[in-house]
Design a protein around this ligand. Sequence first.
Ligand SMILES: Nc1ncnc2c1ncn2[C@@H]1O[C@H](COP(=O)(O)OP(=O)(O)OP(=O)(O)O)[C@@H](O)[C@H]1O
Length: 594
Amino acid sequence: MAFQGKKLINDPNDVVTEFIEGLVETYPGLQYLDGFPEVKVVLRADVSSAAYDKVAIISGGGSGHEPAHAGYVGEGMLTAAICGDVFASPPVDSILAGIRAVTGSMGCLLIVKNYTGDRLNFGLAAEQAKSEGYKVETVIVGDDCALPPPRGIAGRRGLAGTILVHKVAGAAAAAGLSLADVAAEAKCASEMVGTMGVALSVCTLPGQVTSDRLGPGKMELGLGIHGEPGAAMADIQPVDVVVSHVLNQILSPETNYVPITRGNRVVLMINGLGATPIMELMIASGKAVPKLQLEHGLAVDRVYTGSFMTSLDMAGFSISIMKADETILQRLDAATKAPYWPVGVDGNHPPAKIPVPMPPSRSTKSDESLSLPPQLNQQGHILEVAIEAAANAIINLRDSLNEWDSKVGDGDCGSTMYRGATAILEDIRNYPLNDAAETVNEIGSSIRRIMGGTSGIIYNIFCKAAYAQLKASSQPVVTAKQWAEALEASITAISKYGGASAGYRTLLDALIPASAMLQERLNAGDDPCVAFVLSSEAALAGAESTKHMQAQAGRSTYVSGEILASVPDPGAMAAASWYRAAALAVEDKSRASS
Ligand SMILES: Nc1ncnc2c1ncn2[C@@H]1O[C@H](COP(=O)(O)OP(=O)(O)OP(=O)(O)O)[C@@H](O)[C@H]1O
């Protein structure tokens, strides 16, 4: 279904001029020509045509590809960018205005993406500028590798690979080369680069409705950057498969679009099309590099990941591969003040991973005392069933916890707890179960290793405090009273570090009533198993009661009382559930062995 795209804009006709105003407010090195609305030219603030003694590099085209092209204006890259309206070539007069503003005695190079409108407008502007006495050269970039060689006169489209050509040309000009030499380097770079795009969504032009061309679960392969349909539509695939397909297409020996063969050195650009998170782009980069190395036999010298040449709010990415040699690498690595050229990507890679540093002093405990004993004693058996039951309860509760947390937090409480529970179930094979204190400490280690979030650190504190309390008794076999003291110590520590108390709508609202009931029943002389089960009922009741509490800790504090009243605190429910499961398992086990 087509729908009006949501955008934070004013008049759709003003988006380009308002973009330029914001850009020059942001970057003091940039200015624009005072010719709105027709002339939309961004230029280096430190360059004036009469005095400029380097070759000026000028590019541009339709807008909607931000940060291209204006974001690449700066020393070492573009001298000026000519901005057309969204997806429309800039008119000849704008291009001429840009040429006149920045071109000195060394002349200027126009870098033009291969589109009919751009070729004609930049071409005519170049002719006019030459007739005015300017030295002008033009390089056309057509790096698209998605389609077989076109039958007509249009040629291959210019895509994100153009940014690499900008950088090579800009660095060559900054090095003081002549116009002929700068143009030669730019032309050579343009012939070394190939690009192909993949889109998951169609872009929305300002003020227009979004096309429903791409249904859910579909992706488009081999698209341009103007919202035109791709070469093919396919079911969405894992990014690994997509990356492989695109690399094969770019490097296809049939089309032979880029002169890259096994043993060559290349640079890689993963370019977001406007609505793809950095996380997804980095995943693509991480997959593309080993594929280029292992499957295509190429050395990958540089990787550029980011949104360089977008298509408004399109989701997807393009991949560009450029054959590299020492000169190209030098140009790509050269310093630039262009605000959107990525920093920190120059130079050779050290090994990608190094070992995690170990703490300065390793534990003095022997391995034996910290591993599963060959024979479990009675306490060991009880601990084992209690831990397994508690962890399984959390595993079973994952989705409910996430659902509650999605209403009152960020929706991950169940997943965080699940990670901890599965780690504990894996690690239990190595817990020293006959020693309760050390086992609690090892549970803390499992949690510390795997669980993040608020619950992770809270349970870490829980285990540390319980361990310290249990350890103080110096007896491996722990009495019910000592367990109760350990629980109390944990509650005190959580409250001390987390700042919450009873009634704050946290897991303490399950643990505090549980602790109170346990102590009360033990003091009254109840059987420890009975006391433990009653204590777990108090935990559950406490957790349920959080529905009626206003939150005073954690993310829930930001949520309205109305929403809070619809669900219990997920952390409290998690605590009550594992505690209850452990109590019932202990009761079962004791009954079975008596
Ligand atoms: N100060 C606190 N003291 C004790 N428990 C707390 C505190 N703040 C939050 N909690 C508990 O943590 C639970 C949320 O745990 P979760 O791991 O989902 O954290 P989060 O809110 O997602 O934060 P993070 O971004 O750290 O993951 C809450 O339901 C609550 O029981």
